[in-house]
Design a protein around this ligand. Structure first.
Ligand SMILES: NC(=O)c1ccc[n+]([C@@H]2O[C@H](COP(=O)([O-])OP(=O)(O)OC[C@H]3O[C@@H](n4cnc5c(N)ncnc54)[C@H](O)[C@@H]3O)[C@@H](O)[C@H]2O)c1
Length: 346
């Protein structure tokens, strides 16, 4: 089997690439990644050790026939992990995000069309309506903890505003459905909540769990930003290894289960507030860091997001296995292992 992974030198793409290489017999994997994320070159090195080749090209400008000149054999699957995944960058630099997220999807679909490849697309929970999610909690005092953690399913509103990042991801989903209709391509769309775990090197604006641990490790100040500055905002977290197991399942079952959209996330058991994350971080790093209250936050910010996994659970035997405690341990382990290199980048 041949698999192409656009964005394959990123956190998710490289983890999936190595997992599939190890867990599917005779699986050849090629990635395309322009290494625009400053930590991606570290993953490119890791991929090389597993005999996975990266084609260093910008997917929004690449001439897709170039890929065919280089690789005459067909790709059975394309697992699209290419994006600039920061909601905040999408506000500051919409053109870059439009190109990296949406124009790249178009290039990827052209490759899929010529190869008759099946597509697995890494979408996001950020396709859901910001106003409607935040309105669910409008009567809650931000000082208090959330009384009941509720879950968001695939039928939740995608009405704007959804952030410019969310717009590019939702538009990519629609583009995939159009190509599927015209060219009879099979696809799966996974709307992921927060993914963390071994190998994530987060930044201020993306990958908050890893960033939180990094800042504790190095005693760098952090903020409880927005919603009163109490640190009561909540997200659910899925471990990267659990996601890799799901992707393998989806590959194996593609002829039976296809052309579906799924929410995929850690769920209620793996949901955590910033306050709770601080307590965990203190414990595992044995460090405390300065936490400042910042009242204002971005108008793209969400008070809460927790995934409803009911649909994905009903179609696959897959379940969330890794606990939030273990996700934190796994993430910290890779930060410590790469500390020297990361000190120069993060
Ligand atoms: N990490 C999460 O919590 C999360 C949650 C939901 C969805 N997602 C989605 O999963 C995918 C992977 O996310 P990630 O966390 O691994 O991000 P990442 O930034 O680590 O990986 C993205 C990769 O894409 C590459 N890239 C960006 N623009 C490119 C371009 N124009 N041409 C070629 N390569 C390009 C980057 O260099 C990087 O290696 C994204 O599509 C993202 O939207 C991630």
């Amino acid at each position: 089997m041949r698999v192409l992974i656009p964005g394959g030198c990123g956190f998710i793409g490289s983890s999936i690439a190595i997992y599939l290489k190890k867990n599917i017999k005779n699986c050849e994997i090629i990635t395309i990644d322009n290494l625009s994320r400053n930590t991606s070159y570290l993953n490119e090195k890791k991929l090389k050790k597993h005999h996975i080749r990266n084609i260093k090209k910008n997917l929004s400008t690449v001439n897709t026939s170039y890929i065919f000149k280089k690789d005459k054999k067909k790709f059975d699957f394309i697992i699209d992990c290419c994006a600039e995944p920061s909601v905040e960058i999408s506000k500051k630099n919409p053109k870059l995000v439009f190109n990296s997220n949406l124009t790249s999807t178009l290039s990827i679909l052209e490759i899929a069309k010529k190869n008759n490849s099946k597509i697995i697309y890494l979408s996001t929970s950020r396709v859901y309506s910001i106003k409607k999610i935040n309105n669910l909690f409008k009567n809650i005092t931000y000082k208090k903890k959330m009384p009941k953690r509720i879950k968001i399913n695939e039928n939740f509103s995608v009405d704007s505003p959804i952030s410019f990042y969310g717009f590019t991801k939702l538009s990519s989903e629609i583009l995939i459905k159009e190509y599927s209709f015209l060219h009879n391509l099979k696809y799966i769309i996974n709307r992921c909540g927060v993914i963390s775990g071994y190998g994530q090197f987060g930044r201020q604006d993306q990958g908050f769990l890893s960033m939180w641990l990094w800042r504790h490790l190095n005693k760098i100040p952090i903020n409880y930003q927005g919603f009163g500055g109490y640190g009561n905002q909540i997200r659910d977290i899925l471990d990267i290894n659990d996601l890799c197991i799901l992707i393998k399942e989806q590959i194996i079952k593609i002829n039976k289960i296809n052309n579906e959209v799924f929410n995929v996330g850690g769920g209620i058991k793996n949901s955590i507030s910033l306050n709770e994350l601080t307590k965990f971080s203190n414990k595992v790093t044995q460090n405390k860091t300065l936490i400042r209250k910042k009242i204002k936050t971005s108008n793209y910010d969400l008070r809460y997001y927790v995934t409803d996994n009911k649909k994905i659970y009903s179609k696959y035997k897959w379940r969330v296995r890794t606990s939030i405690n273990d996700i934190i341990k796994n993430t910290l382990e890779s930060l410590i292992l790469n500390k020297k290199k990361l000190l120069k980048i993060l």
